[in-house]
Design a protein around this ligand. Structure first.
Ligand SMILES: Cc1cc2nc3c(=O)[nH]c(=O)nc-3n(C[C@H](O)[C@H](O)[C@H](O)COP(=O)(O)OP(=O)(O)OC[C@H]3O[C@@H](n4cnc5c(N)ncnc54)[C@H](O)[C@@H]3O)c2cc1C
Length: 409
């Protein structure tokens, strides 16, 4: 039986581990936190996931919350502010629903499931020495430690990085008491140019259905005031104050919000980073990265968990297809290239949304209000950002798409 060791038990690591157990591999997963610690801890993410990624979970029998988690059924995009007025306002259903299950619910349950299916779950912080030891006893060691320190083993790929620093400070808040929309459950994306974004959608947490709010603040901009916030109550008050000031059209829905729990908040910055997939240990032995280690996106478009799930599925297929052959450099390189071939489009989409849009993108987004098919095309990009690859970044191709859409309308 081939032995696979996975360091890090998050979306990428656990999904892959459980998939490998089902295929008859001997799998060890190492987590620096117990399920109970994760459940009792702070929220980790807003983890909105869409159909392709959820499909991989469903294939493995890991979709335990399909009945309880409120669906995300579409998008509603608004842009503008008091000075410049309304630039964009359009909505569209997605072809298939998304959902967001608090990782504090999901990962402990998946850890139990991993063990139930025969996995060996070890609790402990893996450092470089331990990583060396792990490579001695496994056929393949994967590192799926997200934003953890171990990621530094994987060299930053400067040629593939758009930014060298965070573009937003991000405040995450889980709440009850939000006034529901009267059309469908949406991924609500509100853009205030030069100031930042308010992105919110329904999810599921310890205390049941909730709403999850990401406020993305341009660094040094007027919303970047979080350093003074010290307590959960202050975090909630700042959330409400910023929404009232910078997204007043949304504010009425937030008037009576309350935190789901004191740990339902997070504040930080993410430097969007692409790393080389193969980590070389001092001994010369190699380990393969996955998930956030390889492509770390700003949460703005909610692509990280989706990437982690899609990547885990890709890795599962590649490991199984390898049969009993060695997981050598050529195999690792080919898998890394296959992952980047897909994940690059999530990075490109996210990074494009962090920058002021070029005229052709504004023209496209502006056309979405009057054309349901264009709006639906954009809504589905959150599920599959690669679907934008043939036109969104190319002014001529975008204008052709708009011309064709005008003819068809
Ligand atoms: C504010 C915010 C909002 C987000 N919103 C979304 C969203 O809406 N949609 C979306 O798709 N993505 C979102 N993301 C990103 C998403 O959460 C991540 O991309 C995803 O969780 C990455 O999965 P992973 O398995 O690579 O890493 P992780 O989920 O981070 O898992 C890594 C695991 O490894 C463990 N670990 C770390 N170091 C060690 C070590 N040395 N030894 C042992 N264990 C270790 C960690 O404790 C953790 O459990 C968001 C992120 C943030 C910060």
């Amino acid at each position: 039986m081939r032995k696979i060791t996975i360091v890090g038990a998050g979306q990428a690591g656990l999904q892959l581990g459980i998939g490998l157990l089902d295929k008859g591999y001997s799998v060890t997963a190492i987590s620096n936190r117990t399920g109970e610690e994760i459940a009792r801890g702070k929220v980790l993410s807003s983890q909105s996931m869409y159909d392709m990624a959820l499909g991989h979970e469903r294939e493995l029998g890991l979709a335990f919350w399909d009945k309880d988690c409120p669906p995300i059924q579409g998008i509603h995009v608004k842009a503008g502010n008091a000075q410049i007025g309304t630039l964009l306002d359009f909505r569209a259903r997605m072809s298939a629903n998304g959902q967001s299950v608090d990782q504090r619910l999901k990962m402990p349950k998946w850890m139990d499931e991993f063990q139930r299916r025969g996995g060996n779950l070890v609790i402990g912080e893996v450092d470089m020495d331990e990583l060396e030891r792990l490579t001695e006893s496994a056929d393949l060691v994967l590192v799926a430690t997200g934003k953890g320190e171990l990621g530094k083993l994987f060299e930053r790929d400067a040629l593939r990085c758009t930014f060298d620093r965070p573009q937003r400070s991000i405040a995450l808040t889980y709440v009850h008491g939000m006034v529901p929309r009267d059309d469908f459950n949406a991924l609500n994306i509100n853009l205030n140019p030069g100031v930042g974004e308010l992105v919110h959608f329904p999810g599921l947490t310890h205390s049941g259905p909730c709403d999850i709010i990401n406020i993305e603040c341009v660094i040094g901009g007027p919303m970047d005031r979080w350093d003074a916030v010290k307590t959960p109550a202050e975090h909630l008050a700042m959330t409400k104050a910023l929404i009232a000031e910078f997204f007043p059209g949304e504010a009425a829905r937030f008037e009576n919000i309350r935190l789901t729990d004191d740990n339902g908040i997070l504040y930080g910055r993410v430097a969007p980073t692409v790393r080389h997939a193969i980590g070389v240990l001092p001994s010369g032995r190699k380990v393969l990265g996955m998930g956030d280690i390889l492509v770390l996106n700003d949460p703005m478009t909610g692509q990280g968990s989706n990437n982690a799930a899609k990547g885990a599925s890709m890795y599962l297929d590649a490991i199984v297809a390898r049969g009993s052959a060695a997981f050598d450099d050529a195999w690792m390189d080919a898998l890394a290239a296959q992952y980047w071939d897909y994940a690059q489009w999530s990075a490109r989409f996210t990074n494009a949304m962090l920058l002021p849009p070029p005229p052709h993108v504004m023209q496209f987004l502006g056309s979405c209000a009057g054309n349901a098919s264009l709006a639906a095309t954009f809504a589905d990009a959150f599920n599959d950002p690669k679907s934008l690859s043939t036109w969104f970044y190319d002014p001529e191709a975008t204008l052709r798409l708009l011309d064709n859409a005008a003819v068809a309308a």
